[in-house]
Design a protein around this ligand. Structure first.
Ligand code: GRF
Length: 223
């Protein structure tokens, strides 16, 4: 009898990216994650410009509009069906502006990540830059985390901090934070795809190798 060989797992990990808009994080992932294959980009909005970025890279796209479904559950079920058709190792939320149901989050437990434009757990939700400025915080930033059922919270993988400068507006602060998003999201994805980072059974992020930073991030700078 011929022995059945299990096919060797290819080096590449496959990713499905969910977007709703501009797609600048998608662009940075495509540029900076050569080990990972983006097998599909799915948007809930047909006018998301990120879809053009995917098409320019010859990546299959799909639009699943939440407006076509009676409720959140039906929309998420349709989304899961399309995503599962690609059998991704990782599902990446990159500016996907829909709240996901517990069924969806549970289905992708440990392989669903998000980027949020604040230093979580502060400033969950929207308008993070304006709120940070209104509060007068001196350090702001962005966070990549595994997704759990609580909005914008979940085990943290990596964060980047930026100083809030004297003449910052929400837009100038957003630009500085976005620059860091484009550095930390691909980094987190590369770690996960290489198996260097994972979510353990206790729901904690584990690192196989961890490069510790310097002793402090201080803003404003010391004299
Ligand atoms: C980013 O600021 C991200 O942190 C947030 O949504 C925005 C998406 O931007 N979740 P883009 O579509 O990747 O340019």
């Amino acid at each position: 009898m011929r022995r059945k060989h299990k096919s060797a797992k290819p080096f590449e990990s496959s990713i499905v990216v969910l977007i709703s808009g501009r797609g600048s994080n998608l662009h940075s992932i495509l540029k900076e994650c050569p080990q990972c294959r983006v097998t599909a980009v799915i948007s809930n909005r047909a006018d998301a410009t990120g879809l053009e970025i995917a098409e320019a890279h010859h990546i299959p796209t799909a639009v699943i509009s939440h407006r076509d479904y009676p409720d959140r559950s039906a929309f998420d079920a349709a989304l899961m069906e399309v995503i599962d058709g690609y059998q991704p190792d990782l599902v990446v939320l990159a500016g996907f502006m829909r709240i996901l149901t517990p069924e969806f989050v549970t289905h992708y437990h440990g392989r669903l990540i998000n980027i949020h434009p604040s230093l979580l757990p502060t400033y969950t939700g929207l308008d993070t830059h304006a709120r940070a400025l209104a509060d007068g915080v001196k350090i702001h930033g962005c966070t990549v985390h595994y997704v759990t059922n609580d909005l914008d919270v979940g085990p943290i993988i990596i964060q980047a901090a930026v100083p809030v400068l004297k003449h910052d507006t929400p837009d100038s602060l957003a630009t500085r934070v976005l620059y860091e998003e484009h550095r930390i999201y691909p980094q987190a994805i590369r770690w996960i795809c290489k198996g260097h980072v994972y979510l353990d059974d206790a729901g904690k992020v584990q690192f196989k190798r961890l490069k510790q930073p310097g002793p402090a991030l201080i803003s404003p700078g010391l004299d």
